[in-house]
Design a protein around this ligand. Structure first.
Ligand SMILES: [Zn+2]
Ligand SMILES: [Zn+2]
Length: 142
């Protein structure tokens, strides 16, 4: 099954209609793992920005899309989250990189065991300096 069909099936299981906009935004986020902001999505898909925001809200509630909102540029960034992964953010230039070498699969269970909360979402973020910004910022200080 394609990733898009996998995502659409999750929507259907939650009783959420598969509209053209939802399908197009999901497809765009699956194909473009660049953590775009809403205006980038609207421009790329030639969609109305309000429609993009409304559609993203539904996809966020369905847990298929994850929001990164502490980015350096002050904008919210959106990411397909059909498969949980962590993020590494550069505090200087705002670059966002996907991390795959930590398996987040057991994290919700561990958090539940420790808190008795019903865990609904998992996220993990590391903040630092990317390679370019290390060169830029750290070499000039000596
Ligand atoms: Zn950077
Ligand atoms: Zn990501």
């Amino acid at each position: 099954m394609s990733e898009l069909n996998h995502a659409l099936e999750i929507l259907q299981k939650q009783g959420i209609k598969k509209t053209t906009q939802r399908r197009n935004i999901l497809d765009y986020l699956i194909q473009n793992r660049i953590h775009p902001s809403a205006d980038v999505i609207a421009k790329s898909l030639q969609m109305n920005l309000t429609t993009v925001y409304n559609t993203l809200d539904i996809l966020i509630n369905s847990q298929l899309v994850y929001v990164i909102d502490n980015n350096q540029d002050g904008k919210k960034h959106y990411d397909y989250f059909g498969h949980p992964h962590y993020h590494v953010l550069c505090r200087n230039c705002g670059k966002i990189v996907d991390g795959t070498n930590i398996d987040l699969y057991n994290f919700p269970r561990l958090a539940h065991e420790d808190s008795n909360f019903l865990i609904e979402q998992t996220s993990l973020e590391f903040i630092g300096l990317c390679e370019d910004c290390q060169k830029l910022l750290l070499t000039h200080s000596t």
